[in-house]
Ligand binder design. Structure first.
Ligand SMILES: Cc1cc2nc3c(=O)[nH]c(=O)nc-3n(C[C@H](O)[C@H](O)[C@H](O)COP(=O)(O)O)c2cc1C
Length: 182
């Protein structure tokens, strides 16, 4: 299958796979894995990235490992919580460790989680940052509002419409990645 050679990295703008953004990005990774891709989730709780600019950050071993992984991967899923109308500081700091030489010309799928009503602020702001890195965010995107009620105990999305939007986002990322690597 064409997707088998693709390696996709999932990043959440919160700590742990059990955070709401962690659940969302892992749902996208699971769908990509079902479609034949190799997937990996970077958990900031296990491997924190220092704040860009803090003492010792440039030589931090997690930064090198993260940037090597970015280089290895063909595409990325990003899911951030919306904090005060934009992406979390954790997601922005994660993006700040990416450079064109790691992710330029590669595909991104963007998602957000919100405590309140769905809007596209965080998605739009991440889209701008990814564009600055010469990445290719696909047009499909997903914002999950009222996120506290959005997931079952097993981490699956309760709303079928949202799950279908997630599936279309994943298909779009895989198809764009295959086209760009052809
Ligand atoms: C500092 C902070 C600011 C927040 N700002 C917003 C906001 O502007 N809009 C909104 O819908 N939810 C907001 N929330 C709620 C988060 O979006 C929600 O907690 C997040 O999507 C993830 O859920 P979790 O914390 O249960 O993992 C905020 C939460 C925090 C901690």
């Amino acid at each position: 299958m064409a997707n088998r050679s693709l390696k996709i990295l999932g990043l959440a703008g919160e700590y742990r796979a059990t955070s709401k953004s962690g659940l969302l990005v892992n749902a996208a990774l699971a769908a990509a894995e079902d479609a034949g891709a190799e997937v990996v989730f970077w958990d900031l709780a296990a491997k924190p990235l220092p704040l860009v600019g803090e003492e010792g950050c440039w030589a931090h071993p997690n930064v090198k490992e993260f940037q090597d992984l970015l280089t290895e991967c063909d595409a990325y899923f990003l899911a951030s919580p919306e904090y005060h109308g934009t992406m979390s500081g954790v997601m922005k700091n994660t993006i700040d460790w990416m450079y064109d030489k790691h992710v330029g010309g590669k595909v991104f799928g963007l998602m957000s989680t919100l405590g309140g009503v769905t809007n596209a602020n965080t998605l739009n702001h991440m889209r701008i940052a990814v564009r600055w890195l010469h990445g290719w965010p696909v047009p499909e995107q997903l914002a999950v509002g009222h996120v506290k009620e959005a997931f079952d105990e097993d981490g699956s999305l309760r709303d079928d419409n949202l799950q279908q939007r997630l599936n279309r986002l994943v298909e779009s990322v895989l198809s764009a990645t295959n086209k760009l690597s052809a």
